[in-house]
Design a protein around this ligand. Sequence first.
Ligand code: BGO
Length: 363
Amino acid sequence: MKSVAIAGNPNCGKTSLFNNITGANYHVANYPGVTVEKKEAKIKHSGEEFVIVDLPGTYSLSPYSLEEKVARDYVVNEKPDVIINVLDASNLERNLYMFVQFMEMGAPVMAALNMVDVAKLRKINIDIKALGEKLNVPVIETVARENKGTKELLDEVAKFGASQKKSSPLDISYGPDIDEVLVKMETKIKDAGFMTAKYLPRWVALKYLENDEQIVSEGAETGGVHHELSAMAEKLNSHIKTTQKTTAENLIADYRYGYISSILKSVVSHEDSPLDRLYLSDRIDQVLTNKVLGPMIMLGFLYLIYEFTFWASEYPVMWLESLFGWLGGVADAGMSEGLLKSLVTSGIIDGVGGVLGFAPLIL
Ligand code: BGO
């Protein structure tokens, strides 16, 4: 049975696609030791069985959040046969960041280019064939909300899973400073067989340069060339800090985005002028997230909600007051003086009425 993991940024349509593939017939558990939900299903496609796992939605594979750590650990430890990276076609640049990280790991990743309807609506043209050629992996168009492209995707998953040569690890250039040290570190790692049972040597070197806490502490436990690698990474980082006022981690991220831009240049075109690309929601965001206007608008909205609450609850409050006033009058007239009357009028009717008087406000 082939294992297939579905990965992607939050809101890229991963859940919709997972439901299309599995017919929403899955079981839910947690990933081991953490309270991150894991959805898993077994399906049959063209006579072949697959186990499909939904990875947490994340923007990257740098283990800063629990979800990112879970997604990366799953890929490293469980080694799925195929990873479907769901890409939001209307936001391709950001979505490809994680894809590039999968490629750097040498993971068997292919792409589902989802939300192509949204991209079309925004007049974003994507040459899917060229994208597949540039990424060197199968790319299948989907509109998960309408269950379009699911069968084609599964056909390709079956082919990709069966092929001996899936995606080869991506070696991008991170600039002369980093590249030079990366090669030296990679050689050291290879020669010492340091963590190579689990990871690619170049990837381990990259993680040391990025100061990836998880890999570095795993390396410290392993021993071997850990101290040499840490020293090399530290030296390079302090050089980058003095010469470029940044960190190796930031530079590496910049080069990843540079690589993505170079791919997208020949793959994506916009029918309209760049100015028209500021869509309505972007324009609204520009005002709402403005440093000065944002808080003022928020306070304005809070004030309006406050005013609305009292305005809308005025009549129901009055009706309730009248109702309990009338009930109090009836009890007052109908009961003889004494402890019981006091309990009913002051305790029950006034007490309950006083509390219920707030109900319209709360509603
Ligand atoms: C709501 N095209 C379009 N246009 N929309 C899509 C596509 C697609 O190809 N695929 C998914 N969506 P998730 P994650 C919604 O829920 O699968 C939509 O986070 C709404 N909900 O329908 O949840 C999908 O798992 C009310 O939209 O993504 C969903 O990756 C109004 O993208 C959203 C509008 O999909 C996120 C949309 C109450």
